[in-house]
Write a protein that binds this ligand. Structure first.
Ligand SMILES: NC(=O)C1=CN([C@@H]2O[C@H](COP(=O)(O)OP(=O)(O)OC[C@H]3O[C@@H](n4cnc5c(N)ncnc54)[C@H](OP(=O)(O)O)[C@@H]3O)[C@@H](O)[C@H]2O)[C@@H](O)CC1
Ligand SMILES: [K+]
Length: 516
């Protein structure tokens, strides 16, 4: 699913009205009716007080439509116009009239004295600002947002939490509505996926309002939200004539005394995802451990307790390197020599990234499309600091472009960056924040490359499956007891789930929980 900027969304709105021969007012009626139905299905006519706050633009227009349907279905509704400007849109005015026609006159809020009493048990519908927000709210509108936030009432934001920009950072964070849930139109907004907005974005879901797909595709959006429907076409079915050589040979390099577990997990994951052959290259102290832990994996050894020489004999098709490796001086020296001489596809994690960050001149030796999988701290060491999440993404894109590499930035919504393109992952939950989780991911991506997946798609697919294991597991287990080994245990379910037709239809209407 694409993620569109506010500007792109406004363009697609216009194109839809033109190409689908639908009027703007009908499009609004359709979109807002879907929001009403969402609420009606859940409330089933319960007598809960619902406060609908409407701005004077088209987001406010949506609010008026929702309020009308609520009134007509006998709900206990109070509707307000937040009168921050006299620039009412036509669609707002039409729906204002339609509400009056059914005998309901909204209360106009012009200043603080007009704020209504809101109880904790009530529901607030936020239709103050949407896609047309042009600056941070000020004056009584800002005060109203703060007033609503202070009540701690459940808030349902229409399209976006008021005061939040869809695609740029907000410096004044005290004028943004804290949404309990967001019903957002057509595409996720970039703002929902960034941790700097975690206070304002709890759960969200996408309401498909039928905007013109062709117009969306014509924009060739560069930001994606990868759900099951984007992942399925990536899957490479197995050819019945294949043999283990067809699925590649992965070499997994890493480990040090006390951290052989990390490289064991990576090797296991590489094997489990289907790499035809796997060899681990570890310090001697890891030899017995690996041979006993994973009989299917071959082992080559380096120095006693630390990797030093990097002189393996294996001729792999791809190398995954870094987990548990450490950054000791002799390891760093050997690694630097390896990086300068290596021509094979690489997946680099953990200390492999840290050593590159210490000596950035090495970056130019990385083969095109090398995959780097930093967590936020490793990323900072690699690309420097950032002022906000948007700047982080801009710097990361430039970095990916400069060195022709693929970045997998791990987080609540892990993002894969390839030059100007960004792919935000839709799966995963806090269960994955556990020791060894990253080591497993490195193995999964390496093993997919071994099987012929292009590095970018191996990263996108691997991150999706990694997250999906936790989503499936959590229905049967607890967050607490989920460990890195559980990822491997649930990997078969994550793959099989791709072929589960029932859930495919749900894509586009999935609830997404922000989990930071
Ligand atoms: N057919 C369609 O297009 C559909 C659209 N849909 C809905 O439309 C929404 C977008 O509507 P919209 O473009 O009218 O923008 P919206 O956010 O309602 O308000 C903009 C107004 O606020 C003003 N303003 C901005 N910031 C301000 C500030 N800080 N303080 C004070 N004023 C401020 C701004 O004025 P200006 O910036 O020019 O000063 C303008 O007057 C979208 O989110 C979705 O809900 C759906 O119904 C589907 C069909
Ligand atoms: K809103």
């Amino acid at each position: 699913m694409y993620i569109l900027s506010s500007k792109q969304l406004a363009q697609v709105d216009k194109a839809t009205i033109k190409n689908k021969a639908i009027t703007s007012i009908d499009l609004m009626e359709h979109a807002a009716t879907l929001c009403f139905q969402w609420l009606h299905t859940r409330l089933q006519g319960q007598n809960i007080k619902i406060h609908v706050f409407c701005g004077i633009g088209n987001n406010g227009g949506d609010g008026l439509v929702i309020a009308r349907h609520l009134f007509q279905h006998g709900y206990n509704v109070n509707c307000y116009i937040v009168n921050f400007s006299d620039k009412r849109t036509d669609e707002f005015l039409t729906n204002y009239d339609r509400l009056k026609e059914i005998g309901e006159w909204p209360t106009v809020i012009n200043n603080e004295t007009n704020f209504p009493k809101i109880s904790f048990e009530d529901i607030v519908i936020d239709a103050i600002f949407g896609n047309g927000l042009s600056r941070s709210p000020e004056g009584f509108t800002k005060k109203l947002i703060q007033y609503i936030n202070n009540t701690k009432v459940f808030t349902l934001a229409i399209d976006m939490p008021s005061g939040l920009f869809g695609d740029k950072s907000v410096t004044k964070k005290d004028a943004i509505l804290k949404a309990g849930h967001i019903l957002s139109f057509q595409t996720p907004k970039l703002a929902f996926l960034l941790s700097e907005n975690k206070e304002f974005v709890n759960t969200w879901e996408i309401i498909d309002i039928g905007l013109d797909e062709e117009s969306i595709n014509n924009l060739q959006p560069k930001i994606n939200f990868t759900t099951k429907s984007e992942i399925i076409p990536l899957y490479k079915p197995k050819d019945k004539w294949s043999h283990k050589g067809t699925f590649g040979h992965s070499l997994i390099i890493g480990g040090s005394f006390g951290k052989i577990g990390a490289i064991t997990l990576t090797s296991k994951a590489t094997l489990k995802i289907g790499s035809g052959l796997v060899t681990a290259y570890v310090p001697k102290c890891g030899y017995n451990i690996l041979q006993i832990a994973i009989p299917e994996v071959m082992v080559e050894v380096d120095d006693d307790k630390l990797l030093t020489y990097f002189n393996f004999k294996t001729k792999p098709s791809v190398i995954g390197i870094g987990p548990g490796m450490g950054t000791a001086e002799k390891t760093a020296l050997g690694y630097e020599k390896f990086i300068k001489e290596n021509k094979l596809p690489l997946v680099i994690d953990a200390d492999g990234i840290n050593i590159l960050a210490q000596n950035k001149t090495l970056l130019k030796y990385l083969p095109k499309n090398t995959v780097l999988t930093p967590h936020p701290k490793e990323l900072e060491r690699l690309i420097g600091t950032w002022k906000n999440d948007y700047e982080k993404l801009t710097i990361a894109k430039q970095f990916s472009k400069n060195y022709n590499i693929i970045l997998v930035i791990k987080g609540t919504y892990t993002v894969i960056i390839d030059n100007e393109f960004m792919y935000f992952n839709s799966t995963g939950n806090p269960a994955l924040a556990t020791a060894g989780s990253g080591d497993i991911l490195t193995g999964i991506i390496t093993g997919l490359i071994a099987q012929g997946y292009k590095p970018k798609y191996a990263a996108i697919f691997g991150v999706y499956l990694h997250g999906k294991t936790a989503d499936i597991a959590i229905q049967e287990t607890s967050y607490e007891t989920f460990t890195a080994s559980s990822i491997l245990e649930y990997l078969p379910d994550a793959i099989l789930d791709l072929f589960n037709q029932e859930q495919i239809n749900e894509v586009g209407n999935e609830e997404n929980e922000s989990t930071t």
